[in-house]
Design a binder for this molecule. Structure first.
Ligand code: PMP
Length: 382
């Protein structure tokens, strides 16, 4: 018998090709004329000289890597400063920095969702939350999108220790979670609320303090936030914010904290530089929201179907996966980078173009981006 343990991969690849769902890597150039509406650099900080200098200085001072896990050699004064300033800025008692937002979500859900407990998770939650639920020893109830009543019912049906987890701003459609309703449902049931504020930090709340601050939930005894440092803060890494006892519990039990190398000093330095810059220039947050609102208004005026943005993500419907891919690639050929979401990355099977509003886009750039998207649109959408 021939030995071919990977033949099944070719079968899967063929099915993906037939369905128009092949994913490929496209290394970008350092300098490009492309107008970028695809990245998550909401505040335009990833290339800001203050942020890149902070990264370079941190690498010179502390080295290129953290040298070990946080509990061994990987905690520096820079990590401690970043944790202090993040907690203070967002209004929480304490913070813990991770090597990614993905690791932060896995940490919280595995460390807080033990045997016999229940995690109630929104159907539109990010993949890192889905994976955190799978890795935890808790039972998971997936509830309909943005539905506090469904959360209330799931919590009451369980009756024991529980937590509810939601994105603050959903990454596919850019709509906001009903945080006040979810917090009420959790309080009634004595459950914790975990909110992934990856897309809210730097965009929502006063001066970009995030969705929890905007909802009056920052510092709440029963609420924990997870963050990424890779979007508004233009760096890389993740964080958990919450009561000091929750953070101490993560330090002692969260496997993606304990067994992972600490965040690289350059990334910690860049995030700290970006955070300090945002404190000095709080208007960047409002500008990102304004740009999103303007993109939405112009695209829908032109007859396209889009979701009204609650933060900086603008989602535009496409008729099919294949037409979405063609639409995005025609935009790219015309000098505009846009995101393209399609199955299996979308929970409802609907393909979209995904645009991110950046605080540093000019009116002329917004106008040109909208003109390109409209010109390249498949004939069936307008
Ligand atoms: N949560 C959400 C909602 C996200 O969009 C992302 C990033 N795509 C993450 C978590 C993961 O963050 P990171 O990229 O820092 O791992």
């Amino acid at each position: 018998m021939s030995y071919a343990p990977f033949d099944w991969i070719d079968d899967e690849a063929r099915r993906r090709t037939d369905a128009g769902l092949v994913r490929t890597l496209r290394p970008r150039d350092a300098r490009t004329e492309l107008l970028d509406l695809a990245s998550n650099d909401y505040l335009g900080l990833t290339r800001h000289p203050e942020v890149t200098s902070a990264a370079a200085e941190a690498a010179r001072e502390w080295g290129a890597g953290a040298t070990g896990s946080r509990l061994v050699t990987g905690s520096t004064a820079l990590h401690a400063a970043l944790e202090r300033e993040l907690a203070d800025f967002c209004g929480f008692e304490a913070a813990l920095v991770f090597s990614s937002g993905y690791a932060a979500n896995l940490a919280v859900l595995t460390a807080l969702g033990g045997h016999g407990s229940l995690i109630v998770s929104d159907a539109g939650n990010h993949a890192s939350i889905v994976d955190g639920c799978r890795l935890s020893r808790a039972a998971t109830a997936v509830v309909p999108h943005a539905d506090p009543e469904a959360v209330r019912k799931a919590l009451h049906a369980h009756g024991g220790p529980a937590l509810t987890v939601t994105d603050s701003v959903f990454s596919v459609d850019g709509d906001a979670a009903p945080l006040t309703g979810l917090a009420d449902a959790c309080r009634e049931a004595g459950a914790a609320l975990v909110v992934d504020d990856a897309h809210g930090l730097g965009v929502l709340g006063e001066g970009g303090r995030g969705a929890l601050s905007a909802a009056g939930l920052a510092g709440d005894e029963g609420t924990v936030a997870t963050l990424t440092l890779s979007k508004s803060l233009g760096s890389q890494g993740g964080a958990v914010l919450g009561p000091a006892r929750v953070i101490a519990h993560l330090v002692n039990t969260a496997r993606t904290f304990i067994f992972d190398t600490g965040l690289a000093p350059a990334a910690a330095g860049a995030a700290l530089g970006a955070l300090r810059l945002l404190r000095r220039e709080p208007e960047r947050a409002g500008r990102a929201r304004e740009v999103a609102a303007e993109l939405y208004a112009r695209l829908t005026d032109a007859g396209l179907t889009a979701v009204r943005p609650d933060a900086a993500v603008v989602s535009v419907r496409a008729p099919s996966a294949a037409s979405a891919v063609r639409w995005a690639s025609d935009c790219r050929a015309a000098g505009l980078g846009v995101g393209c979401f399609r199955p299996p990355s979308v929970p409802d099977g609907i393909s979209r173009l995904r645009l991110t509003a950046r605080a540093d886009l000019t009116s002329a750039q917004i106008e040109s981006a909208v003109a390109t998207i409209v010109e390249c649109a498949p004939s069936s959408v307008n």
